[in-house]
Write a protein that binds this ligand. Structure first.
Ligand SMILES: N[C@@H](CCC(=O)N[C@@H](CS)C(=O)NCC(=O)O)C(=O)O
Length: 220
């Protein structure tokens, strides 16, 4: 089967799919598009106009979580827990994590009021995750799973923001999440899921958005 992932470099949803494709050692081509001016062929095949989108031969698969599940389904190793209840709770928390990207977007783009509201929203959600996380290395214990990949782009961006500011979004109050974030970001496939220098692009994006967060940047 020929796989082609349609991508946009800064997209955290694409990153989730890339991590699973890499973890499962699946061969795929990657095509980057400009989301500000998507090509006609993309508009024709994409019902949502969003990336990631995976072409699997002639089939069109969209939604990051569905692409990750598909990559898992065509692989020998299962990156979900085997137990049905545990798998369902993993999927539930993956859905929950998807709402955090909206908070992150508002944190990067919003004025002081919007920033504060988005930060409160994000941290309320993080507190919920902290309460169920436990002290294992990854979400389910010692094995990296799809849920860890789903949270990876969130932790990577929080890490960048904390590095660029005086820890504006510090996770220090969440000991379980802090350790989990470190474990996830140390995984090779997570580190390799973005291009070198993407942190600089993210920094420039924060500057260009001219939101409240841009006033918190400290010179690199
Ligand atoms: N629910 C989608 C969200 C994907 C998404 O929001 N992608 C953004 C880029 S990070 C996008 O394509 N935005 C373009 C648009 O909405 O027009 C998923 O999980 O794949």
């Amino acid at each position: 089967m020929k796989l082609e992932l349609i991508s946009f470099k800064l997209c955290p949803f694409v990153q989730r799919a890339v991590i699973i494709l890499k973890k499962q050692k699946i061969d795929y081509d990657i095509t980057f598009i400009n989301l500000m001016d998507p090509p006609d062929w993309f508009k024709e095949i994409s019902p949502t106009g969003q990336v990631p989108l995976l072409k699997a031969d002639d089939a069109i698969i969209f939604e990051s979580n569905v692409i990750s599940e598909f990559a898992n389904d065509i692989s020998e190793t299962d990156l979900h827990p085997a137990d049905a209840v545990q798998k369902a709770t993993n999927r539930a928390w993956i859905e929950f994590s998807s709402t955090m990207f909206n908070d992150l977007f508002n944190i990067v783009t919003g004025d002081k009021e919007a920033f504060t509201k988005a930060k409160d929203s994000l941290f309320t959600k993080l507190a919920r995750v902290e309460s169920v996380k436990g002290d294992g290395k990854f979400f389910n214990g010692s094995d990296f799973a799809i849920i860890d990949a789903a949270f990876a782009p969130i932790f990577m961006r929080l890490g960048w923001i904390n590095e660029f500011t005086n820890d504006a979004l510090s996770l220090a109050e969440f000991s379980n999440l802090n350790a989990w974030s470190e474990a996830i970001l140390a995984v090779n496939e997570v580190a390799d899921s973005v291009e070198d220098g993407l942190d600089d692009v993210y920094y420039s994006n924060i500057e260009a958005r001219e939101g409240y967060l841009s006033t918190l940047l400290v010179d690199e």
